[in-house]
Design a protein around this ligand. Structure first.
Ligand code: ZN
Length: 162
């Protein structure tokens, strides 16, 4: 007969799977390190911005090196109106958006864990209840069979009029 061994975990269980929650590692959230201001951010400044036909919005955020890619393009293909100040502000906006998204994900993950923990506890209680019920029935059967009359017990007599 095989022994029953408990599982051995590589590392202690984490209470919440927050490591699974994605948070981008871009240096620049304004352009996501592409040098192009992200379209959804462009639209906060140019409401009717058209990604496929409008000039390429060059990111000019502080310390953003990604725009090196685009400086060799003809100037008439570039939209250079996204100044340092605008890009810095868009970067902060995008970071806030991502933080909010991460919070929402975290809450969702937390709820999932709590929900499944609740379900396990509930299943456990149900099993426990079933067992108690089974024991109760068995005890009753024994009791009545000791009296020699259990076969005559009707449903309505279940609560036992002794
Ligand atoms: Zn940038």
């Amino acid at each position: 007969m095989l022994p029953e061994l408990p599982p051995l975990s590589m590392r202690p269980e984490e209470e919440y799977p927050d490591k699974e929650i994605f948070f981008p590692q871009w240096q620049c959230f304004c352009c996501q390190d592409t040098g192009k201001v992200q379209p959804y951010l462009v639209r906060r400044v140019v409401r009717n911005y058209n990604y496929s036909s409008d000039r390429l919005p060059v990111c000019q955020r502080d310390n953003c090196k990604a725009n090196d890619t685009w400086v060799n393009l003809p100037i008439e293909n570039l939209d250079t109106r996204f100044t340092r100040d605008i890009c810095n502000e868009l970067d902060l906006l995008a970071r806030d958006d991502w933080e909010a998204t991460r919070q929402a994900w975290f809450e969702m993950a937390k709820q999932r864990v709590e929900q499944s923990t609740g379900e396990i506890a509930q299943a456990h209680n149900l099993r426990r209840r079933d067992r108690i019920q089974a024991e109760f029935i068995l005890a009753k059967e024994k009791h009545h069979s000791a009296r020699g009359d259990w076969e005559e017990i009707k449903d309505s007599d279940e609560e036992g009029q002794e």
